[in-house]
Design a protein around this ligand. Structure first.
Ligand SMILES: C[S@@+](CC[C@H](N)C(=O)[O-])C[C@H]1O[C@@H](n2cnc3c(N)ncnc32)[C@H](O)[C@@H]1O
Length: 336
């Protein structure tokens, strides 16, 4: 299987996403003879192999969907070996670094490979990711996963301390991404890795002190347009709200005070197609309706429970929304 291409059928060895709900997903590698336990009961791998991706699978006590993995689904389900970047920040990084097919990107550290999967999707099939990690097992595991996910040709994993030894690359990168505790120690080497025609750099840091130091270093190295962003995801819960209909008194001039006001009456009769005439006609309708039929004015609502109140669907934000992951500092290197 490959994250780089969609395919129709699930085969043995594929890593697939079992979707039981938005907050209940599992990444599972298919192997005949094995069974996966879900809250709806056991799912035998052999029953799923050969099915189309996207199929609904019946389990003893409910059903689930078998999905083709995407970088976003992988980010939600990958085995964590480190803190990772999530899709909200990744989307800003992808846009601000101007990643596209053909881009050459340098990244450190690789960590759990969450961002790496998204970078590869954006730059394939003609681009390349050079990712650096100084923790040997993490570098090896990331390489193994890229191989399993059919991404090996788009990525080179190097086990290296980039702060101490540098990237060892020159004039090849369109973009550099740093997720390091002391990013400024890798910035001079990052600059050397960037193409002489220039490019973009991003540094992700959880603390503002790291950001301040990074910005100073970037300016000293000749980077321009140094900008820091914090990207917060705002959740909205869909709720049904029931509200009483407000009694705001009579709406506009009534039939009676229109007939009392000669000026307005003349204006109405002179300008036959004007909004004023429309208002008079609407008021006539609403007065007549209310007096004769005792109905409420019509609102743009989706339902009404009783005559004195109405209900509607709306988005409501939670009272508290912790969302800080880190600050994203971007900078541009112009051609020297
Ligand atoms: C927070 S993790 C990166 C997570 C990654 N962005 C992701 O989305 O999965 C930071 C990684 O940087 C690595 N690291 C820290 N200092 C490093 C250095 N000097 N050279 C290379 N890697 C380093 C750590 O081992 C760790 O795996």
């Amino acid at each position: 299987m490959s994250f780089a291409r969609y395919k129709k059928k699930i085969e043995e060895g594929d890593t697939i996403i079992l979707y039981l709900g938005y907050e209940n997903m599992h990444a599972v590698t298919m192997k005949r003879g094995q069974t996966f336990q879900t809250k709806y009961g056991a799912m035998r791998h052999a029953d799923v192999i050969g099915m189309d991706y996207g199929s609904k699978v019946q389990c003893p006590k409910g059903y689930l969907y078998v999905l083709q993995p995407t970088p976003e689904l992988w980010t939600q389900n990958l085995p964590h070996r480190t803190q990772i970047l999530y899709s909200t920040d990744i989307s800003v990084v992808t846009m601000q670094l101007d990643l596209k097919p053909g881009s050459v990107v340098v990244e450190s550290g690789t960590g759990s490979g969450s961002l790496s999967h998204s970078i590869i999707r954006s730059i394939a099939p003609t681009g390349h990711l050079h990712t650096f990690e100084f923790h040997q097992q993490r570098a090896e595991k990331a390489e193994e996963e890229f191989q399993e996910h059919g991404l090996k040709e788009y990525v080179t994993v190097t086990h290296k301390d980039v702060c101490q030894d540098g990237f060892g690359l020159e004039n090849i990168a369109d973009a550099v991404f740093l997720d390091l505790p002391r990013p400024w120690e890798a910035m001079a080497s990052a600059k050397a890795a960037m193409k002489v025609t220039g490019g973009r750099l991003c540094s992700f840091s959880p603390c503002i002190e790291q950001v301040q130091k990074s910005c100073d270093y970037l300016r000293d190295l000749g980077f321009e347009e140094v900008t820091t962003m914090e990207c917060l995801l705002r959740n909205f819960d869909v709720r049904t709200i029931n509200l009483p209909i407000a009694d705001l008194g009579p709406i506009g001039p009534t039939e009676k005070n229109i007939s009392d006001n000669t000026d307005l009456k003349e204006e109405v009769s002179d300008q036959t197609d004007t909004p004023t005439k429309k208002l008079k006609s609407e008021n006539n309708d609403s007065v007549a309706q209310r007096e004769n039929k005792n109905v409420l004015p019509s609102f743009d609502i989706i339902g009404r429970k009783e005559s004195a109140s109405f209900f509607f669907k709306t988005g409501v934000t939670p009272n508290q929304m912790p969302g800080h992951t880190g600050f994203l500092t971007f900078a541009t290197l112009y051609p020297s």
